[in-house]
Structures are given as structure tokens and as C-alpha cells.
Design a protein. Structure first.
Ligand code: NAP
Length: 523
């Protein structure tokens, strides 16, 4: 681990930060350092940088660490433990050991732990928001929005813990009885991505705790700090040791592989890319593990000629620019009726052009950096491909020179059907606009993807709305609104966007098994 004084500094730098070299004997030694503000360093320091196993914080057994970077400077924030295979095994051992006691803990007690954690997060929102912005890059206001969303899962499932019901019925022949009961599924493995460092955790952890499951969580190495902060809060809220175990690891596949193969595990829930999800499904098949997959998306945003145009543009800003476009639900392509496409694209370009890009910790920033240089370069490659095929850049279309990995909010008009930007997940602040002439054409274009997470639809015609909703091949639809995420609703996709649902009563079912008892009452 870095010494406390060394961890206060950030490598790289952006305007306003002061450069200062230091000669520490660590992996950070060769690079120029930049001061964090005292508040920034305080929130980074306040979170343990260790593994959380069996209710204790500990360093990795091999002593190795992972550097966490600030994407707005490209520099290092701190180091966290890099779990060895022994550490991962210890985390699963702890989850298994705690299983029976937690499963049989009173539902009200399980709910109360979640409720206390919810209250603690409310109290600490300012600090967690800063932490999130430092490790992930999104502007503070976006971090706060994520925290509200994430925390709602703790509150929702604190209320659901006491509503786990079975049923009782009389057999159709009148003789026997049918009794069903819901039981906690058992030890779970959770793997989460960097784009929503807290919410992708609470969507799984909330219902699992409420259901009486124990778990090992592995957050993305780019953004482990929010998950460590959550573990700290749940510990403070009274969660018994071993129920939640958090391991951070450099080599995710190597670390999680043996756990996925362990016959004691009962559930794997993954949020991330479709390619990694596909490989995890294969691994999970060995133990016939129950699996939830929240994977990539390529959301169509369809605007019919009868839509309220200003409402559609407002919805587009939310669907596209929430989380800087780094969301699985991000509108990936805008299919707009040919009669209004130009006006829509111009209005959208004006709004995008007015967005302030910069370090997310600064006031008035709307768009932070992308998570890393590779992601930014991939976004630019998609823009270049579209332009080479005839698309027009209405605003943006370029990277902003570093440090940090910034990309200008971009609107592309007249995007040809064969542009890669329409078929690949962009995961960045780029809005390609293309046109359609008929309803059938719009539906066919919207469904022309292997993904099926979410679609957005703007129309004032109620009959058309229902017709199109029924034909769209997605797990979720935003009708005249640019956001669907909601703790009380089932979030999830179809096709190669995955399976399983998070949120609402459906999210609880993922952590429960149904046991059926056939009862013979005699006579
Ligand atoms: P990713 O590369 O698939 O990584 C997701 C998580 O999987 C990270 O924790 C990663 O760890 C881990 N991982 C990578 N390879 C692994 C392996 N072989 N075995 C076990 N774990 C492995 O995705 P990402 O780049 O972080 O996130 C972006 C993707 O997530 C996008 O495609 C987005 O659409 C999707 N997403 C989907 C939803 C949804 O609800 N449907 C929500 C958010 C994001 P390390 O990074 O530490 O290696």
C-alpha cells in the first residue's frame, strides 16, 4: 500500500491542479504528482482499501495492489488490494459459513440492516458523490443521482424482506393440498461494472440481503472504492460478518473462475459486457448455476412525426447523456421520422453543444471524462467511420486534448444505415440521427440488433404507442420519457442483453427458490 502522504497526490493533472514530483518506491514513482484537495484526499482515505472478508478488513495475502485512477487526470488516486486465489477462496468460505445463520435471521432484522444502511448513505451522500466522481469521472450531480438510485434499492428491499410469501391451495381433485415456500437461494457471486459503481452493486446486494443470501462481490478494478464504501456502511449498519464479502482483483477471470466452479455457489449475477457475460454463462453451466445477466445494449430512440418535439429532445438528452452516454440504457441511435429529423437533430445539437465538459468535481460541469483512453478512442473510431460513410457532424466529433479522456458531446446527422455507430454499443456521448418513413420501417430498424435491453418511443398517438410497444423486442421501454431506471420496476433485457431482472418484486425472485410440498391429508 502507498503511504498516506503519497496517496494524497494524483498523477497526471488538469488545469487548476499543481504538478509536483515525488520519489516514492512504489509503482507510481516515476510520474509527476498532483495535489488532491484536502477534502478529496479525505474521502479517498476514509474508505478502507483492503479486502472485506468474513467481517474483517485485510490486505491481499500476496501483498499486491491495484492502482485506482482518476479518469479526469489519468493519474492515480490510491491503491487497493489485489486478491489472490486464496483470498477469493476465503471470501467464499466466509459467505458459506455465514449462510445458515443469515438465512434464518428474522426477515425484519434483515430489512432493518438495509434500512439503516439507506439512512447512512443519505447522510453521507456528499462524500460518496465525491468519491464516485474521483474514481469514475462523472460530474458530481450525476454521482448524486446515481447514489439516490442506488440507495432506493436498499430502501425498496428493506421493505420487501418481510413480504416473502408462499401459497397454499387445494388440489384440483379436492384430495391433496399444495404448499409452496420461498427460500433463500444460497451463496451468490456478484460481478459489477465501472459505469455505475454503487447502483450496480445495490441492485444485487439489496435483494440478496433481504432474501437471506450471503455473497462475494467483485467490483470493477477501475471503480472499487464505492463498493468498499458500501461494505463499510453495511458493516456499520449491523450486517453480520460473512454475509457480504468484497474482493478487488486485477485479473478478474483468474480470480472468479474457481469460485464459479465451486459447487457450494448457488447463483451468479453479472452486470457488464455481452462478451464477458457469454463466457461466464459457459463457465456457470458446469455447475448448472442459476445465472442473471445484465449485459450490453444498443437502445433505439424512435421519434414519430406526431411526437411533441421539445419533449422528445428533452428525453433524448436524458437517454443519451445520463452518465455521459456510458450506460447500458443509453440511447445508441435516433430513428426520427424524415419530416422532423432535421429539426430534431438541430435542436439536439444545440443542447449538446451547450454542455460544459471538464473535471466532474468542478462546479457547472455536465460531462466528465470517459473511463479510459481506449474507450474514448473506440468512440472516436465509430464517429470517423460514420463520417467516412457520409454522416454530417452537427456538433462535437472530436476528443479534447488530455490529461484525462474527454470527448466532446457529438451529434451526427444523416447517418447511413451501414455506419458501425448504429450497430455497435457506443458507450459515449455520441448521438447518431437517422431517418425512417413508415411505422413498419421504424420498428424493423429498432429491432435490427442482437441486443434487446431498452427502447425509447415518442408519439402522442395512443394506439400507435401500444402497437409499437408490443412489437419492440426489448425488456424495457421508455414511452415519452428518456429514463426507465427505477428500484420498484423490473430492469433487464432480452436477446443478447441478457436475462433475469433487477428491481421490484421480480428482482427479489432472483434470490429465492420455490419449494413445493405435496400434502396428503389422508382420507
Ligand atoms: P466488462 O468488461 O464486461 O466488465 C464487467 C465486470 O466483469 C468487471 O467487474 C470486470 O472486472 C469483470 N470481468 C471482466 N472479465 C471477466 C472474466 N473473464 N471473468 C470474470 N469477471 C470478469 O464490462 P465493463 O466495461 O465494466 O462495463 C460496460 C458494459 O457493461 C457495457 O457493455 C454495458 O452495456 C454493460 N452494462 C450493462 C448493464 C445492464 O444492466 N444491462 C448495466 C451497466 C453496464 P475488471 O474490470 O476489474 O477486469
Amino acid at each position: 500500500m502507498l503511504a498516506r502522504e503519497q496517496r494524497r497526490r494524483v498523477q497526471g493533472g488538469v488545469a487548476g491542479l499543481t504538478g509536483e514530483a515525488f520519489g516514492a518506491a512504489s509503482m507510481l514513482e516515476a510520474m509527476p504528482q498532483f495535489e488532491l484537495t484536502s477534502r478529496e484526499s479525505a474521502v479517498v482515505e476514509a474508505v478502507p482499501h483492503q479486502l472485506f472478508i468474513g467481517g474483517s478488513w485485510r490486505d491481499a495475502s500476496g501483498g499486491s495492489t491495484i492502482v485506482v485512477q482518476d479518469p479526469s487526470t489519468g493519474g492515480a488516486l490510491c491503491e487497493v488490494a489485489d486478491a489472490s486465489l486464496e483470498d477469493a477462496a476465503a471470501a467464499l468460505d466466509a459467505a458459506c459459513a455465514a449462510g445458515e445463520a443469515w438465512r434464518t435471521t428474522a426477515p425484519r432484522e434483515r430489512g432493518d440492516v438495509l434500512r439503516r444502511a439507506y439512512e447512512l448513505i443519505l447522510e453521507r451522500t456528499e462524500d460518496i458523490a465525491l468519491l464516485m466522481t474521483l474514481e469514475m469521472g462523472k460530474p458530481i450531480k450525476e454521482s448524486k443521482a446515481e447514489i439516490t438510485y442506488a440507495n432506493n434499492f436498499l430502501r425498496w428491499y428493506s421493505e420487501e424482506a418481510v413480504r416473502i410469501n408462499g401459497r397454499f391451495s387445494v388440489n384440483e381433485n379436492g384430495a391433496g393440498r399444495v404448499l409452496t415456500m420461498k427460500q433463500a437461494i444460497g451463496p451468490c457471486l456478484f460481478i459489477t461494472p465501472w459505469n455505475f459503481p454503487l447502483a450496480m452493486g445495490t441492485r444485487k446486494i439489496g435483494p440478496a440481503i433481504a432474501a437471506g443470501c450471503t455473497m462475494v462481490v467483485k467490483p470493477a478494478k477501475q471503480t472499487p472504492l464505492c463498493m468498499l464504501a458500501l461494505a463499510q456502511i453495511l458493516e456499520e449498519a449491523g450486517l453480520p460478518g460473512g454475509v457480504l464479502n468484497v474482493i478487488t482483483a486485477e485479473k478478474s477471470g483468474d480470480t472468479m473462475g474457481p469460485l464459479i466452479a465451486d459447487p457450494r455457489v448457488r447463483k451468479l449475477s453479472f452486470t457488464g459486457s455481452t462478451s464477458v457475460g457469454r463466457s461466464l454463462i459457459k463457465q456457470a453451466s458446469e455447475q448448472v448455476l442459476k445465472v442473471s445477466m445484465e449485459l450490453g445494449g444498443n437502445a433505439p430512440f424512435v421519434v414519430f412525426e406526431d411526437a411533441d418535439l421539445d419533449q422528445a429532445v428533452e428525453g433524448a438528452m436524458i437517454a443519451k447523456m445520463r452518465n455521459m452516454g456510458e450506460a447500458c440504457t443509453s440511447a445508441n441511435r435516433f430513428h426520427v421520422h424524415e419530416s422532423i429529423a432535421e429539426e430534431f437533430a438541430d435542436k439536439l445539437a444545440q443542447r449538446m453543444d451547450a454542455m460544459a465538459v471538464g473535471r466532474g468535481t468542478e462546479d457547472g460541469i455536465d460531462v466528465g471524462p470517459m473511463i479510459n483512453a481506449d474507450e474514448r478512442d473506440k468512440v472516436h473510431e465509430l464517429v470517423e467511420d460514420a463520417v467516412a460513410k457520409g454522416a454530417r457532424v452537427l456538433t462535437g466529433g472530436e476528443s479534447i486534448e488530455g490529461p484525462g479522456h474527454f470527448y466532446r458531446p457529438t451529434v451526427l446527422g444523416s447517418v447511413p444505415k451501414d455506419a458501425r455507430v448504429l450497430s455497435e454499443e457506443i458507450f459515449g456521448p455520441v448521438a447518431p440521427v437517422t431517418t425512417f418513413a413508415t411505422e413498419d420501417e421504424a420498428v424493423a430498424a429498432a429491432n435490427d440488433t442482437e441486443y434487446g435491453l431498452v427502447a425509447y418511443l415518442f408519439t402522442r398517438d395512443l394506439e400507435r404507442a401500444f402497437r409499437v410497444v408490443e412489437r419492440l423486442e426489448t425488456g424495457m421501454i421508455g414511452l415519452n420519457q428518456g429514463m426507465v431506471s427505477n428500484a420498484g420496476a423490473p430492469f433487464g433485457g432480452v436477446k443478447q442483453s441478457g436475462f433475469g431482472r433487477e428491481g421490484g418484486p421480480e428482482g427479489m425472485e432472483e434470490y429465492l427458490e420455490t419449494k413445493y410440498v405435496a400434502m396428503n391429508l389422508g382420507g
